[in-house]
Design a protein around this ligand. Structure first.
Ligand code: AMP
Ligand code: MG
Length: 338
């Protein structure tokens, strides 16, 4: 783990979001497709460069359909999806789609790898803190204890015929921490199956890139400080990987004037403190998404220990203490360029 303090960040509370920095245009004979739609309460952009013989209309239709499907079935708040069905009837067992079965298997694997810092069964605690924030007072200890007791990824049982059972009554899941990552990986697979080698998919901070921008240069991904909106902290030049930022800057709770993160530590039942932003680069978007959430919970020291133990996964973490902003990164995090 390397620890540095970025002087430019000390002034204000800094956090990062990802943005795509325009690349230079060069002639390659490739054609460009770029469109933005709204899913997961955010903007999703697909940009790709494709050869003239690609069936681009059909391919893009499949991509948008995939996003539509994941958005509908994996949202815990949508009464129609599998996640809601699991949350209502999971104790008795619910047969789910292949996608939902797969994402839950992956979710449990990420829980195991992060020592439970990432846990899709944390939803009862998320709801408790959300309700507390709406009421303007901290949750009651008894309610916290009760919610904490039903949380635990080991309560998810994988049974025959793609049936999911939640062993503990009252257990509930939410896939918000990985659904976007899962979805853009799936879109990437659709593009690759159609022979498209150069693309960028950006789902509001979850980005997956392959090949080159305009078939020529690596993709420039800026990490910016949203509390100083025009300030790009660093630009990453990436290819064939995914990058995600999880932060407390967009979604947080305020109770009694104090700001609480929307990321909950499943082991304590309390919102994580200190980490205001975690950017993770990984081979897949679901991994970047899951590790970004986990690192928020683990903090810089333990988080970077985990990241440094993983192949091809790097992280940049920003912490806020009462008097300073600390930035640290994993051993091979790409050196910054401004
Ligand atoms: P993200 O924006 O990817 O950081 O995910 C945020 C969402 O993940 C929250 O809205 C919660 O529903 C959920 N969440 C909060 N804490 C955790 C956690 N420790 N593990 C997994 N999901 C979480
Ligand atoms: Mg995440």
């Amino acid at each position: 783990m390397r620890k540095t303090i970025m002087p430019s960040l000390i002034k204000g509370v800094a956090a990062a979001v990802l943005l795509v920095v325009a690349g230079c245009a060069q002639r390659t004979g490739l054609q460009e497709y770029k469109q933005t739609r709204t899913y997961f309460d955010t903007f999703v952009t697909i940009q790709c460069f494709y050869a003239a013989d690609t069936d681009i209309d059909r391919t893009m239709e499949k991509c948008w359909q995939k996003l539509e499907g994941v958005n509908k079935t994996m949202n815990a708040e949508s009464p129609l999806g599998y996640v809601s069905r699991i949350n209502e009837f999971g104790f008795y067992g619910v047969q789910v789609s292949e996608d939902v079965y797969t994402i839950l298997k992956e979710a449990v694997a990420f829980s195991e790898r992060t020592g439970g810092a990432f846990d899709v069964t944390v939803y009862p605690l998320v709801r408790l803190w959300r309700t507390a924030a709406e009421a303007g007072s901290l949750p009651e200890e008894a309610a916290l204890l009760h919610a904490k007791n039903v949380v635990g990824y080991r309560h998810i049982l994988f049974e025959e015929d793609r049936t999911i059972r939640l062993e503990s009554e009252g257990a509930k899941i939410a896939l918000g921490a990985i659904a976007k990552g899962f979805a853009i990986d799936a879109v990437g697979s659709v593009l690759e199956a159609a022979g498209i080698e150069h693309y960028l998919i950006d789902a509001g901070g979850d980005i997956r890139v392959r090949g080159k921008n305009r078939g020529k240069t690596r993709w420039n991904i800026g990490i910016r400080d949203p509390r100083k909106k025009d300030h790009v902290m660093t630009v990453l030049q990436l290819t064939d990987c995914a990058v995600t930022t999880s932060g407390d800057y967009e979604r947080f709770y305020t109770i009694d004037g104090k700001r609480y993160s929307h990321i909950i530590n499943p082991l304590t039942g309390y919102p994580q403190e200190r980490v205001i932003s975690a950017t993770v680069i990984a081979p897949t978007a679901i991994a970047a998404d899951a590790y970004a959430t986990a690192v928020m919970v683990l903090g810089a020291e333990k988080g970077l220990e985990l990241i440094d133990s993983l192949d091809n996964v790097e992280a940049l973490i920003i912490e806020q203490t009462p008097d300073q902003t600390l930035t640290s990164h994993s051993q091979n995090f790409p050196t910054h360029k401004k």
